[in-house]
Design a protein around this ligand. Structure first.
Ligand SMILES: Cc1cc2nc3c(=O)[nH]c(=O)nc-3n(C[C@H](O)[C@H](O)[C@H](O)COP(=O)(O)OP(=O)(O)OC[C@H]3O[C@@H](n4cnc5c(N)ncnc54)[C@H](O)[C@@H]3O)c2cc1C
Length: 439
């Protein structure tokens, strides 16, 4: 088998890159979708993209992330039906330690023309939230950022929409074909992708393997430890890949249970607070803690998550071993069910006494994170482009468009802040006061 371009992984990034690359090739007269082959060890959506909660937001403290997200939201907005995108908006509801960070996010959203409302002060925040949900009762909140764009999309439906676009451009897809290594020439460039069923000669590789990215990284002898320059110029050796278990679940109620005061689907709710959290058995956590939730017909209830847990190496070896289990699912435990349902009831009275409705189906999953927990979009070994999104990425449907242009030889300013060299040079992204590693 051969193909000019081999894309490894049929998640949001592999599919989006293949589709946009096909468009670029055709528009430039330098080829078309038939030059591209996507392979996946399982099938479309077999990784993180197929289980993602699907939240699409701009709310990032890091300017480079915000600009990238604004670009991606435009791609979602270009075809809401085709991508199964629900533009309900997004609420970042925060405690005092985060107020200034979120105020600066709002300012910068104004600067880039991203529509949002910012409310400050505990009384004003409560009143704003009661205007959306009359049973709102979260304590310790001193700001609300309401993004009027964004919302969420249905994970598998949007992937099917992308796949249809790749097929429409003539891109080939082979499922059940696992990448096991690379053949390289004397300069180190890859000449063939080795799979469990033979090799594929190629000119360019795109690695979009989500939580399994460490496998391709290791196959190319890239470093397991990354030197990172700190603020004072000192160097720190950090593991290149770390893993977090994203704890998510669904409360089995009719999704219509969470409409707003006008009977409409509400914005996605995200709350961060430092108030102690209790349930009927006593203290759940002293804080700070955070949760997010939305009504979602495709999950069949009110779906969302809580702060992730760091996963130690042995556990992640089992969970993301491509030669072992084929799913990045991580079974969340009773502690998650208790925290999340207590947190829902902390926010809204309607969730009081509803913990028994928690679904026990496997939910949540593993995310692969970089040394600073922000993406790496960069080329290695001359002709291997890594899309390692550090688990930010279902919402980043537009990254594939930018990567496609880079593959055509046009460097993209939006991707420059995400080069691997930033670690050695100390050009790191600012760190926020959010309890989540991805904000
Ligand atoms: C529980 C959970 C909830 C999330 N919620 C959100 C959210 O609400 N919003 C958001 O923006 N992001 C969310 N994320 C993050 C987001 O899902 C990921 O960042 C994104 O989906 C990664 O996309 P990807 O295309 O890089 O990888 P994936 O979707 O994981 O796709 C990788 C593909 O590569 C294939 N593959 C792996 N190894 C090989 C191999 N050796 N050979 C061939 N194929 C291979 C896999 O089978 C898989 O299909 C969530 C993640 C999780 C786990």
């Amino acid at each position: 088998m051969n193909a000019r371009y081999v894309v490894i992984g049929a998640g949001i990034h592999g599919l989006s890159t293949a589709w946009h690359l096909a468009l670029e090739l055709r528009a430039s007269g330098r080829g078309d979708g038939r030059d591209i082959l996507i392979i996946d060890k399982a099938d479309v959506g077999a990784g993180a993209s197929g289980i993602a909660c699907g939240v699409i937001r701009n709310n990032y403290f890091q300017p480079a992330m915000r600009e990238l997200m604004a670009h991606s939201v435009s791609v979602w907005e270009s075809d809401p039906a085709g991508f199964s995108y629900h533009p309900v908006g997004y609420l970042q509801i925060s405690h005092e330690a985060m107020r200034e960070d979120v105020a600066s996010i709002h300012e910068q959203q104004r600067a880039i023309g991203y529509s949002s409302t910012f409310v400050e002060g505990s009384a004003a925040s409560r009143s704003y939230m009661r205007g959306i949900f009359d049973d709102w009762r979260a304590r310790g909140i001193t700001s609300v950022l309401h993004e009027h764009r964004g919302g969420y999309a249905n994970n598998m439906a949007s992937l099917r929409g992308l796949r249809a676009r790749t097929e429409g451009e003539g891109v080939r897809f082979v499922g059940g074909l696992a990448n096991r290594g690379f053949e390289r020439d004397a300069s180190g460039a890859v000449t063939a992708v080795l799979t469990d069923r033979g090799s594929i000669a190629c000119e360019q590789v795109v690695v979009a393997t989500g939580p399994w990215v460490r496998q391709q990284w290791a196959m190319l002898d890239l470093p397991a430890v990354t030197p990172v320059r700190g603020p004072g110029g000192e160097m720190h050796d950090l593991p290149t890949w770390t893993y977090w278990a994203l704890q998510e679940g669904t409360l089995r109620v009719d999704p219509g249970y969470l409409v707003d005061n006008q009977g409409n689907m509400p914005p996605v709710v995200h709350v961060d607070t430092d108030e102690p959290l209790f349930d009927e058995h006593g203290l759940v956590t002293g804080g700070p803690w955070g949760l997010y939730y939305k009504p979602d017909f495709s999950f069949g209830g009110v779906q969302g998550g809580y702060m992730p847990d760091k996963v130690d190496r042995p556990a992640c070896e089992v969970a993301v071993d491509p030669y072992g289990p084929e799913s990045p699912h991580f079974v969340v435990g009773e502690d998650f069910h208790r925290r999340w349902t207590a947190a829902l009831a902390f926010c809204q009275r309607r969730f009081e006494g509803k913990a028994h409705l928690m679904s026990r189906e496997p939910s949540g999953g593993i995310g692969s994170f970089t040394p600073d927990s922000f993406p790496v979009f960069d080329a290695f070994a001359d002709n291997v482009y890594f899309i390692a999104d550090s688990n930010h990425g279902y919402k980043m449907i537009g990254v594939g468009a930018l990567v496609a242009r880079e593959l055509m030889g046009q460097r993209q300013a939006l991707l420059e802040p995400f080069r691997y060299s930033r670690y050695a040079e100390g050009r790191l992204h600012p760190v926020s006061n959010s309890p989540f590693p991805w904000s």
